[in-house]
Design a protein around this ligand. Structure first.
Ligand code: C2E
Ligand code: MG
Ligand code: MG
Ligand code: MG
Length: 282
């Protein structure tokens, strides 16, 4: 390890950059050991049916409890995990843990109403040749039925992987797994192009949802996306719903589902159970 740090010091002159390189190296080292040290945890954020106001499922979101730095959010370590390839192992852990938890909830008779657990798949994970096999193995070992699993993939993951992506998606779909496009609108793809993939849910990025509270032309964009998605046979989930005005607007447009702080922040396992047991209706 001293050798690695010595090399970084030699190559990087700027003291500010040196600090960054050092922090990065340490973080990478820590990330490498985080699974064995049980430092990862999943938080769960409800996905709510706008039609009946009930919790339909949860999205599993990674959290890293770092021994010195405290709780680290995925935006602060997923890019590094992607670059280093560590995301493959971490993502596998997350998928397994989410399926295990969902099956646990399913088997408990107090909480058997959940329809879906959603899990994020990164670009790197998505292009692994043994992806299908690994997912099959996770479903088998946890006992979760494929129909309860929703995988969230970004536009770029699909477009960067081209024909292979389509083959992988079709395979997952054949297994009975549902697929959604995450953060829609932040990439460069057109809905027309995504229509060729076996995707059933479009998750509209929260940057299109937040302008609902204001007024003006931005509203036309989200209206258009929802209308077009419906015409193409997809359901829509709006991300980042924070106010009741936004919810009312989305309800008016027949947007199927919503997710955001208005309903609930991401919760740890115990708090998620508590929320389901309260049986909320929005
Ligand atoms: P995402 O999949 O789009 O997840 C939604 C993000 O928006 C979450 O951030 C969530 O906490 C946040 N959010 C939800 N509602 C609201 C709201 O009303 N307002 C605002 N401002 N934010 C809201 P989080 O948990 O920090 O995750 C960030 C991203 O990290 C995720 O974006 C996803 O792309 C990635 N990620 C998280 N867990 C995993 C994982 O297990 N595997 C992979 N590959 N990526 C993951
Ligand atoms: Mg997501
Ligand atoms: Mg998203
Ligand atoms: Mg997002």
């Amino acid at each position: 390890r001293a050798k690695v740090l010595g090399k970084a010091r030699y190559e990087v002159f700027n003291p500010g950059m040196y600090t960054n390189a050092l922090v990065r190296l340490q973080l990478e080292n820590d990330l490498r050991r985080a699974i064995e040290r049980h430092e990862f945890q999943l938080y769960y954020q409800p996905i709510v049916s706008i039609t009946n106001g009930r919790i339909l499922g949860f999205e599993a979101l990674l959290r890293w409890q770092h021994p010195e730095r405290g709780l680290i959010c995925p935006t602060d370590f997923i890019p590094l995990a992607e670059e280093t390839g560590l995301i493959v192992k971490i993502g596998y852990w997350a998928l397994h843990e989410a399926c295990r938890q969902m099956q646990n909830w399913r088997l408990s008779d107090r909480i058997n109403s959940l329809e879906k657990i959603s899990v994020n798949l990164s670009v790197k994970q998505f292009s692994q040749p043994d992806l299908i096999e690994q997912i099959g193995e996770i479903l088998h070992s946890t006992g979760l039925d494929a129909g309860s699993l929703m995988l969230e993939i970004t536009e770029s993951a699909i477009l960067e992987n081209g024909d292979e992506a389509n083959a992988a998606l079709s395979e997952l779909r054949k297994m009975g797994i549902e697929l959604s496009i995450d953060d829609f609108g932040t990439g460069y793809s057109s809905l027309g192009r995504l229509h060729n993939f076996p995707i059933s849910v479009l998750k509209i990025d929260r940057s299109f949802v937040s302008p609902i509270d204001g007024n003006g032309k931005n509203l036309e964009i989200i209206e258009t996306i929802i209308t077009l998605a419906h015409k193409l046979g997809m359901d829509v989930t709006a991300e980042g719903v924070e106010t009741k005005e936004q919810l009312a607007f989305l309800r008016n447009l027949n947007c199927e589902c919503g997710q955001g702080y208005f309903f609930s922040r991401p919760l740890d396992n115990a708090a998620a159970v508590e929320l389901i047991l309260k049986n909320p209706q929005w």
